[in-house]
Design a protein around this ligand. Structure first.
Ligand code: UDP
Length: 240
């Protein structure tokens, strides 16, 4: 049973459970899809039916961001844990490194995925990064072919939402890969281009505040969070 948060149904799972489920999806023919919605993405899904349908049909829907956890509490159906996309990806890579699974990195500006691959191979000994491609391509076929030729098991698809989920739905089956994980700007983080908040801030659920202080242009995005929580209050009062 999934937990509905303002129209998006989330898996109520811990990090370990999510990674275990993802690894078991790798044992079955794909393509499977993992999505990691934050409040911005939930709002996007409210106005994009195709995207909402893709999320509803995804194999794992993980709550990225404290905003989702607050909304869940307000709605009276608290979730077990926050499962941020970047942390889920890291834990999944550890599990993949132990089992010899092959990872393809797709997305971000030219050069970023290669740099991410270099760093990730150092951080997850044994991890096989079988290929990379930037996210600013005009034709899909060469990208599909590159993933197929690399014999990827998992693709981190980092084109921003909803583009990445729509791309995986349209082309995933042709690549032969079994699992697609939509991870937004994570390659920029893995490549060291975007800094994550120190652990203490992350633990307090204040990563959004840290990132806004460092990058004030994010303020517009963050300013929508109170609105999101207000709509959770509204939904609760209406008994939804
Ligand atoms: N991006 C891409 N191709 C595109 C548009 C965006 O590869 O056509 C990349 C962009 O370079 C960035 C990521 O997608 O690395 C989106 O990052 P953003 O922070 O907007 O995503 P979020 O993590 O908020 O979902």
């Amino acid at each position: 049973m999934r937990t509905d948060i303002l129209g998006v149904a989330f898996d109520n799972t811990t990090m370990d459970e999510a990674v275990g489920r993802a690894m078991s999806l790798l044992e079955q023919e794909g393509p499977h899809l993992v999505v990691t919605p934050n409040p911005e993405i939930v709002r996007l899904a409210q106005s994009d039916r195709e995207f909402a349908g893709l999320i509803a049909g995804a194999d794992l829907v993980l709550p990225d961001g404290v905003g989702i956890l607050y909304a869940a509490k307000i709605l009276g159906r608290p979730l077990k844990a926050r499962v941020p996309g970047v942390d889920f990806a890291s834990a999944l890579m550890d599990a993949m490194a132990k089992t010899g699974k092959r990872l393809f990195l797709l997305g971000a500006k030219p050069g970023v995925a290669e740099e991410a691959a270099r760093r990730l191979a150092g951080q997850h000994p044994g991890l096989i990064v079988c290929g990379t491609h930037d996210g600013y391509f005009q034709e899909d076929a060469p990208v599909v072919q590159a993933i197929r030729a690399a014999r990827a098991d998992v693709v981190f698809v980092c084109l921003g939402a909803p583009k990445q989920e729509k791309w995986a739905a349209a082309h995933g089956a042709d690549t032969g890969a079994r699992l697609f994980v939509g991870l937004g700007g994570s390659l920029d983080v893995f490549a060291g281009q975007v800094e994550r908040a120190p652990k203490g801030w992350q633990k307090l659920g204040l990563e959004w505040l840290y990132r806004t202080i460092r990058q004030p242009s994010r303020l517009k995005r963050v300013a929508k969070l109170p609105l999101f929580l207000c709509s959770a209050v509204g939904a609760r009062l209406k008994g939804k």
